[in-house]
Design a binder for this molecule. Structure first.
Ligand SMILES: [Zn+2]
Length: 277
């Protein structure tokens, strides 16, 4: 069945300057660390999964041929240890500042890092974001392999699978931070606005209708509110998603015990900047 135009999840037609495309060729911080000991990078994280400890064999010995491409240029400073949600949040925001300034030297997807995380993962944050192609979570926060648990759905719409995936991040992988990231000019929420305005039935639009129905409370909540309707709906939706996640019997107690910090955030397409709400 064709999707009615008013239910399209495509982005509103506003002009959207590029948020910047990071270079992917620079040496990474953890590539340097990995040359020393693959376990060193994992050791800076706490609140980690209970699975196997990181390998302590020098990464260079684990790579076919026994070599790692030589890093060039100065090695950036090692990351601060992440022991709680506040530190995890600071690390994310520092990464976003690098992304905004196109100083993404810390993005780590090199061979040494890949080897280092192949046996165990110790991500420091779980991020629920939109599927929008302009909001790739690892790039926006300038983080590399094994750093983030990323869950994405249109408009951060929750269903059993999305919520369960978020629970997996905080409860099984023990990330001390959970971020719900809304973004400027969200096409999913714009589609929801148009669907509600047209009073068209959403059920006939397949699973797109489910997303619209799920996001509708945020749109209704901002009816008559001053300011840009879509932006207001994006912020309201983040709040509603956070509220629903707090009702999770897995996430709620973790937040109450101080093991997980929940944060709402907003990504601005025009600047690339993430603002904690
Ligand atoms: Zn979106």
């Amino acid at each position: 069945m064709n999707t009615p135009p008013h239910l399209s999840l495509r982005t509103p037609s506003a002009s959207t300057p590029s948020a910047g495309t990071p270079s992917r060729s620079r040496p990474s911080r953890r590539r340097m660390l990995g040359l020393l000991a693959a376990g060193a990078a994992g050791a800076v994280f706490t609140g980690c999964a209970d699975d196997a400890a990181p390998e302590v064999t020098p990464a260079a010995e684990q790579i076919p041929g026994g070599t790692v491409p030589p890093a060039t240029g100065p090695a950036p400073s090692p990351p601060l240890p992440v022991v709680d949600g506040n530190q995890a949040l600071q690390r994310l925001l520092d990464g976003n500042a690098r992304f905004v300034a196109e100083r993404d030297e810390d993005l780590d997807e090199g061979i040494a890092r890949r080897v280092a995380v192949s046996k165990a993962q110790h991500p420091f944050a779980t991020v629920l974001g939109c599927v929008d192609s302009r909001v790739p979570i690892e790039l926006v926060f300038d983080q590399g392999l094994g750093d983030l648990v990323v869950v994405r759905s249109a408009g951060e719409a929750l269903d059993h699978s999305v919520t369960g995936s978020v629970e997996f991040g905080v409860a099984e992988l023990h990330t001390p931070l959970l971020v719900v990231l809304g973004h400027q000019r969200c096409g999913a929420l714009d589609a929801t606005i148009k669907a509600l305005d047209s009073r068209r039935r959403t059920a006939e639009a397949g699973e797109l209708g489910y997303i619209v129905d799920t996001l509708a409370p945020a749109v209704r909540q901002v009816a008559g509110k001053a300011g840009d309707r879509l932006t207001n709906a994006v912020h309201a939706n983040v709040d509603l998603v956070l509220a629903r996640l707090r009702q999770s019997p897995v996430i709620g107690p973790l937040e109450k015990s101080g093991k997980v910090k929940l944060v709402g955030a907003y990504y601005e397409l025009d600047t690339g900047k993430v603002t904690v709400r």
